[in-house]
Design a protein around this ligand. Structure first.
Ligand code: HPA
Length: 272
């Protein structure tokens, strides 16, 4: 595994002028942030040795290098989900490569269903903790000490200083944000009413099918993490309606300008 990570990192180094210290996984609600990245250099996932092959047709995926505000960034356009059939090592391989490249801070976005009765569709939830309910752990198996410790601390998975900064930015811009615990599940089904109730009772505020594996691997490698969810549907008793991928995309589209505004400013402002 170490050799593969190094080989992939070497390839990327050979393709870009300068390797940044900040990475962004452009999940749902943040795709259009690409438009704000300047002096872009693209590397197609299909060109990158050892990268998982994308299963989504017409959606090949790219690494994008460039400048966002005053920061050099590396962005992942397209991520790998466990429900697509990748194992956890594949889902999190790009984060391993980030670490090898010298990335220090990781920003992530996703779409999620809200269980907290205070939440509304279109809300932006700053993730302040997570509950990992994926059936396979990304760190299962032999531990490589150069990648991180066998038993990683998880007392502050999401950077408190970045959360604080994001809340300040949202207040300044008059954008409503909520905070909460993200429950990571494998999908691909959305939740039954009983499952939403269960996730709320165990301490979750929102549920989704990504992010947790990447965050675990980032924290294993000592990276600082900031993540946000766009609440695209509600798993709140009395408010549960049929949900489809299309509805999730539409709700995420509507929240995208607000989400982008916060992310752009946060990336611009935080101290690397
Ligand atoms: N459940 C799981 N994943 C999701 C949801 C949901 O309700 N909404 C968007 N992604």
């Amino acid at each position: 595994m170490i050799q593969k990570i190094q080989q992939t990192a070497d390839y990327i180094r050979s393709r870009v002028n300068e390797i940044p210290q900040t990475a962004i996984i452009l999940g749902t609600g943040l795709g259009a942030l690409v438009d704000h990245i300047e002096d872009k250099q693209y590397i197609a996932y299909t060109d990158i040795p050892n990268f998982p092959i994308s299963t989504v047709e017409g959606h090949s995926g790219n690494l994008i290098f460039g400048k966002l505000g005053n920061k050099k960034v590396m962005a992942m356009q397209g991520r790998f989900h466990f429900y697509e059939g990748y194992d956890m090592k594949q889902v999190t391989f790009p984060v391993r490569v980030m670490k090898e490249l010298g990335i220090k801070t990781l920003f992530v976005s996703n779409a999620a269903g809200g269980m907290n009765p205070e939440f509304e569709i279109g809300d932006i939830m700053i993730i302040n903790d997570h509950i990992n309910l994926f059936p396979e752990h990304p760190l299962r198996g032999k531990n490589y000490d150069q990648l991180g410790p066998r038993f990683p601390d998880m007392s502050e998975p999401y950077s408190r200083r970045l959360i604080k900064e994001a809340i300040t930015i949202a207040e300044e811009k008059g954008i409503r944000v909520v905070q909460g615990v993200y429950v990571g599940t494998q999908g691909p089904t959305f939740e039954t009413p009983a499952e939403y109730r269960y996730f709320y009772r165990i301490g979750g505020d929102a549920v989704g099918m990504s992010t947790v594996p990447e965050v675990i691997v980032a924290r294993h490698g000592g990276m600082e993490v900031f993540a946000v969810s766009v609440i695209t549907d509600l798993g709140v008793e009395g408010k549960i309606e049929q949900v489809s991928h299309e509805e999730v995309q539409i709700a995420a589209q509507k929240a995208q300008p607000r989400m982008m505004e916060i992310m752009r400013e946060l990336v611009n402002r935080f101290k690397e």
